[in-house]
Design a protein around this ligand. Sequence first.
Ligand code: GUN
Ligand code: FE
Length: 482
Amino acid sequence: CSTSKTSKLAYCIKGTFVHSTDSSPMEILQDHIMGVNSNGKIEFFENARKQVELAKKWRFSESDIRELGSHEFCMPGMVDTHIHASQYSFSGTALDLSLLDWLDKYTFPTERKYKEAEFAKTIYSSIVRRTLRNGTTTACYFATIYTDSSLLLAEIANNYGQRAFVGKVCMDINNCAANYKETTDESIAETERFIKEFLERKYCRVKPIITPRFAVSCSEELLQELGELAKIHGTHIQSHISEAVGEVESVKTLFPNYKHYTDVYDKSKLLTDKTVMAHGCYLSDEELAIFRERGAAISHCPNSNISLCSGHLDVRKVLKHKVKIGLGTDVAGGYCSSMLDAIRRAIDTSKVLYIQYELGQKIDCSFLHTGSSHSNQQTMPTSKTFSIQKEKYTALSYKEAFRLATLGGSQALNIDDVTGNFQIGKEFDAILVSPCVPGGPFDVFADDTFEDVVQKFLNLGDDRNIKGVYVAGQQVVPLPNA
Ligand code: GUN
Ligand code: FE
């Protein structure tokens, strides 16, 4: 991975930039100029008033500047903190079951097919291309139990220029239904081989991630060995936690000597500051406190939580515990591979919780049920039904959801020193948004403010509005041969 010490200016972009910082979920910086150097890093980012000064210092001329159109803007590339590349082939289908049955009936039989390199190559190329087109510059992928085809996913992500984590899935128990499992020894040996061969390839921006599927599929011995491997190699870790009621019940039965679900992973050294756990709908305050202490993160996957009727994650509760959190599409439990959908579903979920917490307490619903034989059983859920909310509950704003999809995701994956917003020194991972495209998905009117335009894109936009995608300064969309 070559970066030269003396970097030259590669190009400049001038126009409106939208990004998040720790103190502000959304900054809209109009009439700014950004310089990207030959290492793909942001060299300067200033008000365009300074253009003459900057041009002198960095020796660029007007022709080196790419000027954005009046409604166009640059925003950070989105970070999908949880996606199953191997499930893309059936995304948009098979959403009629709850988690454990869904895994047995649809997921494991599909993942078995990835033993075949040709099949894997087709689907993996499609999902990498699709996510890039949708503006996902970083993806944290689950592959399957097969080491060689998981390595192929890493190669494909690298070839297309996506920043990615790729995990060979580990699972040694409870998966007999589809004959899709490995022995404990195989799982450990293959994970070691996966990491070794992965690291030999020396990809710049694609890294291995240790991936126990979830506690239901992993023996105690396997979890502990994977914790050791992560420690030895300093690798990232991903899994699922507390996603659905049936799953949480199974973990209680399978691991009776542990305090709770979080304790199972924690005792195996699988909760570190490089860990991202998907879902977490049913985590208690005590468990979230452990996440905070370990620096482990949560991937909020709202489409999947709703599609598989798993539950809702209360993002406010997670934020209150100061636990790192990003968004995930969780394809194919989540039916959409676009992070714009994850933003929308995160806002929806948060509004559902607001309705339950705030309106459910205030409105006397009894009049709705007069005459019904069940009238005294039908009460709206209140804050008491869910976690304890003493202050007034507010739904997530679109700005907060935007931060979760960008900076939040980079923090969750512990790569916020490299990407996530437009801080000087970070790599330029960005999408160029063009709100006004012929035949596009929404309209912009003369009285729309720039905030309105950004909000319309987040709520209504799609890949037709994404004119360019950049990872570490390199343009990766439009795709070659697109
Ligand atoms: N828990 C264990 N495996 C899976 C999976 O593939 N998808 C989801 N949503 N949850 C899981
Ligand atoms: Fe998942």
